[in-house]
Write a new protein. Structure first.
Length: 259
């Protein structure tokens, strides 16, 4: 019994390290990698979840949202990369091509920005340095980078200067990133209390607010709530959205686009 317990402990430490490296991982992948049953892996994930190391998702597990908020921006880019790529393309496809568009700070916003060349006549505004660099690389003629106090966690500018600049602008549409979509509280949230002020101002300045986020964000928690569902028009997410969450979002009168 003691040997079995020790082996389980070693396996769980390896799983925790794997999740930290990848950001998220599925039950099937873990089962095959460690040569144990799905039931055993789910037991391991339950234990790690109770310890607060990971957050369980439908069909897998992801790094705890509190830890995720502290990950460097470069590391967060690899989490759900394929899903973010599809979401970014779907977001750009929603534009007619002449809008004033706010692109939030976040790795999914980077995926949106990568497709800006498809709608080159839009005017793009962002506080994110990485987004601005992508727009410049695509030779987008009309884009504006709002400055302020630089925060390396999400590679963006915030503070009173950024908030004041946003307050003077008006957007046709804002593509918003978040740390969590809290269906129970019918709101979205971010982990950075300083940047939350920037996002709140962008939402207030936009005629249409669209959240771009992969489905794992619906099973995590965020620190600061920035918008209620009443302030949102649409959520673009990946096709693994489960039927229960889809029904809850429909009941909240939010358009859902699956990518």
């Amino acid at each position: 019994m003691s040997d079995a317990f020790d082996l389980a402990g070693v396996r769980r430490r390896k799983i925790a390290k794997l999740v930290e490296e990848r950001g998220s991982v599925g039950v099937k992948d873990l089962s095959e990698q460690f040569g144990v049953s799905d039931v055993t892996i789910r037991r391991d994930l339950k234990e790690l979840g109770q310890l607060g190391v990971v957050t369980r998702t439908h069909g897998g597990v992801m790094i705890n949202s509190a830890i995720m908020g502290d990950l460097p921006n470069e590391e967060r880019k690899i989490v759900a990369h394929a899903e973010k790529t599809r979401i970014g393309k779907a977001a750009i496809d929603m534009l007619s091509g002449t809008e004033v568009v706010y692109l939030d700070a976040g790795t999914t916003a980077l995926s949106v920005a990568e497709n800006a060349y498809l709608k080159p006549d839009c005017h793009y505004v962002t506080t994110c340095l990485g987004v601005a660099n992508l727009l410049m690389e695509q030779d987008i003629k009309h884009f504006f980078l709002i400055g302020g106090a630089y925060r390396d966690t999400n590679d963006s500018f915030s503070g009173t200067l950024a908030v004041a600049a946003l307050r003077s602008l008006s957007f046709d549409v804002s593509f918003l990133c978040c740390s969590a979509i809290d269906i129970g509280r019918r709101s979205i949230a971010v982990n950075d209390d300083v940047y939350s002020l920037v996002q709140t101002e962008a939402i207030a300045s936009s005629r249409r607010n669209i959240v771009v986020a992969h489905t794992d964000k619906m099973s995590t928690n965020g620190f600061v709530h920035t918008a209620s569902f009443d302030q949102l028009d649409c959520i673009i997410t990946d096709s693994s959205l489960n039927e229960e969450n889809r029904a809850q979002l429909k009941y909240a009168n939010i358009e859902v686009v699956l990518a």
